[in-house]
Design a protein around this ligand. Sequence first.
Ligand code: UDX
Length: 439
Amino acid sequence: MAIKIAVIGTGYVGISTCVGLSDFGNIVVGFDIDDNKIKRLSSGDPVIYENGMEYYLKKNLETGRLSFTSDFKVALKDAEVVFLAVGTPEREDGSADLSQIKSALDAIAEIIDRPLVIVTKSTVPAGTNRWINDYMSSKVDENLFEVVSNPEFLREGKAIHDFFHPDRVVIGTKDGKENPIMRDIYRSLYLIETPFIWCNWETAELIKYASNAFLATKITFINQMANLAEEMGADIHKIAKAMGMDGRISSKFLHPGPGYGGSCFPKDTKALAKTGRKVGVVMSLIEEVISSNETQKERMIEKAKRLLENNISDKKVAVLGLAFKAETDDIRESPAITIVKGFLKEGVKISAHDPKAVENFKKLFPYVEYYDNAYDACKNANLVIICTEWNDYRNLDLDEISRNVKEKKILDLRNVLDPESAIKKGFVYEGVGRKGVNL
Ligand code: UDX
């Protein structure tokens, strides 16, 4: 039987939840306070750039199983389950700002008149679901609601795939026992034998943080190894490949680069460290990962300056790739921000290209010269820096770049180019973790 669901918040996680759950056959109403966003979503425009999202959005709007509203009462009208997918941004002190969760709960408490399952999809610090339960109990009859934690693990750029093919589904309940309505919502995943982890609220919350912090640690580890490999004349790619062949390590998340970014890793590592301090457990490893990731971004600027022979006045740098990773228009915590900011501060002229993220970047840096084409962005540049691993950059025509640039220098922060061919074509080439290798 179709379950009636309201999804509060239509950010990245919210839209994916709306589209995914309606595709599973549930009746879903997405809510957001932003009228304009609701209009766009209702007309089949996913607002964000995400592979496959438009197709699934339109498909489920057409079936009538999915709709959007900016009226909270309409969203909650027949709902049996409400998913909270509002933002939990980072406060200045690194803790998570839960004010949007609180507003949603206040609005629910005002209209709730029959049993409702409240599911937390937003990433919230350990202890929040218990707090939600206590907060709701202070406002309405305890028998009217049930609190469930259901963290989301999807990756930007692969959101649709990850929603339909998750490695696991984690569901935290008050007593850690199975909840039949949650099983029904995800019935399609049961059919493809996705593992379900039933646990208590705190365990579900920490699974999410532990997973993200572990991946961030893995990236930071390989970045530090890459820096060492550079100095020692070793090749980080071969090191990572050999490490990954050990099944205990696995080859994933061993790509060195300019430091991790995005809406999750930076925010979640900080919130985890903060939670630890709050309860007297110093997460020193995670704290080190956070600061090492910042150092990695700064190190990229130093590498670039070295390539410019530390004489940067009147120089022009072409930045290829502004998104925090490929296949997204998201620039949150993108290493390109630190790099562009660092150069602009010193008066360096920046030209830039990105297949999808220019509009978002423009809002932060209106004075950068933006181009629709990577080759035009390279015109008269003294240095070309590749910041994002878009496929477009893997196949760059280096002869055309040669004709456009002032100096043939490439800093490839994602190791997407073949160093040998770049060097053969007369470029000074530097990647991450491969300097000095006998190519
Ligand atoms: C991440 C988690 O993967 C996902 O499970 C969670 O729900 C949200 O956070 P996302 O931020 O979309 O997803 O991107 P991801 O592909 O994990 O990459 C995060 C950052 O790490 C990016 O900046 C990426 O460039 C960087 N990265 C990733 C590396 O530098 N090296 C790698 O090997 C992998």
